[in-house]
Each structure stands twice: as C-alpha cells, then as structure tokens.
Ligand binder design. Structure first.
Ligand code: SAM
Length: 269
C-alpha cells in the first residue's frame, strides 16, 4: 500500500514536471515538414510516450518486481546515457518504464515465454521484443560450467555468439540486430530461473559478457543483473562478469561496468 502511494506520488510529480517542461517548450508549437519526422516531431513523440507511461503506471495495480532502490540504479545509468542501446533479458511490468526513459534510443527485450510476451505487449505494441529459445535448463547449471571449461568455442579467446552452436552457453540464434548493435546497457532480469526445467540465466550472463567484451565503441558496457541472491546468478556473474567489474549493488541487484577486451587472448576475469 505504502509502495503504491510512493509510486503514485512520484508519478504525479513527474507528470507535473513534464507538463511544466512541455508548457515552456516553444518547439512544440513549430510545424513539421511534409510528412518527414523532424527533431520537433521526435520530441513530441518522446514526450507523448513518457506521458503515456505516467498514466499507465499511475492507473496500474500491478507494479514491477524490482524495488525502488534497485530500479534507481538502472534509472540513473539510463538517464545519463539516453538515447542509447538498451538490451533487456525478460519482459515484465517494468518494460514500458525502461522504453519510455529511452524514447529516442533503441530498447529491445528478449523474452522466452510467448504467452507472457502476449500478456505484456497486449496494450503496448510499440515495445520491441524478440522471442528467444534457450538451449539450457537450470538443472544443467553446474554441468555447463564443466562444459565451458572443456569447450574451446566457449573460451574468451573465441568470443563469438552468432552461429556458435558448439558452446551451449552462447545464445547463437538471436536476431542479427542483437549481434550487430553495440549495447550500452544490458539488463538481465530473465529468463526464469527458479525451477529445474526453467532455462536459467546462465546463457544470458555468458552472452552479455561476450557482447560487452566485443564492444568496439568508446566507453564500457553496463550490465545490471537482478536476483543475485540466487546461487546460479551469483556464480555465473562472478565467472563471466567478474568481481573486479562490479561497481555498485543494492538489494538483489548488481551493476557491472565491463570494459572492451583489449586482448582477446585474456580470460573473462
Ligand atoms: C523475473 S521476471 C521480472 C520482470 C520485470 N523485470 C519486473 O521487475 O517486473 C521476468 C521473467 O519472468 C517470466 N514470467 C512469466 N510469467 C510471469 C509473471 N506472471 N510475472 C512475472 N514474470 C513472469 C517471464 O518469462 C520473464 O522473462
């Protein structure tokens, strides 16, 4: 109840701020050119999306699973980088929020469960999501570490995801967009990882590490990971995202800053 009241209050404040900003923004009154999107149109669309998001959350009875303090970590990174490329493992009640904070960037979700995708995207068709088929199950989490140690195609020296069918931890059949974009922020809050037959987050964590190491552009890749109270998340994060890259954490969320691998012949950590 208190949580709802806090969220309601924050939303109202944000709504007032945005409306205040819109009322002081003369660019909103300028006409756009013959059907082409202008910077002003872009601004209007972004602000429209954010107002829609405020209305959505102010009137919704379901709230995201992450706590306010956990959300704030990703919110602050996103606020400082937007417009940027944000890749999120797992659709949820927070998806609209992340998309609306990055209105001029690219926000793409990877979701394993088509039924859950339909439920979340029902009224939010502008959210971009790909369905992912995972090749792993939670049951195999321990064995997959042995597989990683033995399979050269998994090693940091290989560092390839697309078409890497030999390494079971590599998400090898994603859309080209996922491989071709450099993701500034990767959020790992999916797939499901709380029962034996669930896919678990092993390959999401491994693949996020490979993407981050392969970054060619300036800066680091921010990886935020939820549910680090669970063994698999903890062990895999330490194995591939590395303690030395852990820069922040609160509750069940860890924030890593992964630099590009200068020398592909080095290990993950
Ligand atoms: C761990 S939840 C977290 C979602 C989001 N980040 C949040 O805070 O609300 C994400 C995963 O749970 C799965 N899931 C399935 N049914 C669900 C439900 N009813 N509620 C939440 N997650 C569900 C989805 O497959 C999804 O990838």
């Amino acid at each position: 109840m208190l949580k709802l009241a806090i969220i309601g209050l924050s939303c109202t404040t944000l709504l007032i701020l945005i409306l205040f900003q819109m009322s002081n923004n003369p660019t909103l009154c300028e006409p756009s050119e013959n059907g082409n999107l202008t910077v002003n149109d872009d601004t209007i669309i972004s602000e429209h999306l954010q107002v829609e998001a405020i209305l959505h959350y102010a009137t919704s009875r379901v709230i995201p699973q992450q706590t306010m303090d956990e959300i704030k970590i990703s919110f602050n990174i996103l606020k400082s980088l937007t417009p940027c490329n944000l890749l999120v493992f797992g659709l949820g009640h927070d998806s609209f929020m992340w998309s609306s904070i990055n209105p001029r960037g690219t926000t793409l979700f990877l979701e394993e469960d088509p039924k859950w995708s339909r439920a979340i995207l029902k009224d939010l068709s502008f959210i971009r999501s790909n369905t992912v088929r995972y090749r792993t199950t939670m049951y195999e989490a321990e064995k997959l570490i042995e597989h990683y140690n033995k399979e050269p195609d998994c090693w940091a020296t290989k560092s390839v995801l697309r078409g890497n069918s030999k390494c079971k931890l590599a998400l090898s059949m994603l859309s080209n967009e996922v491989y071709d974009k450099e993701w500034d922020i990767i959020m790992i809050d999916g797939p499901k990882g709380y029962f034996d037959q669930a896919p678990g987050r092993m390959s999401a964590i491994y693949s996020a590490a490979v993407m981050a190491r392969n970054r060619k552009g300036p800066g680091v890749t921010h990886v935020v990971m939820h549910d680090v109270d669970r063994d698999v998340e903890k062990v895999y994060a330490q194995l591939f995202l590395c303690r030395k890259n852990l820069v922040d954490g609160v509750g069940k969320l860890w924030h890593f800053e992964i630099p590009p691998a200068l020398d592909v012949n080095t290990d993950f950590c």
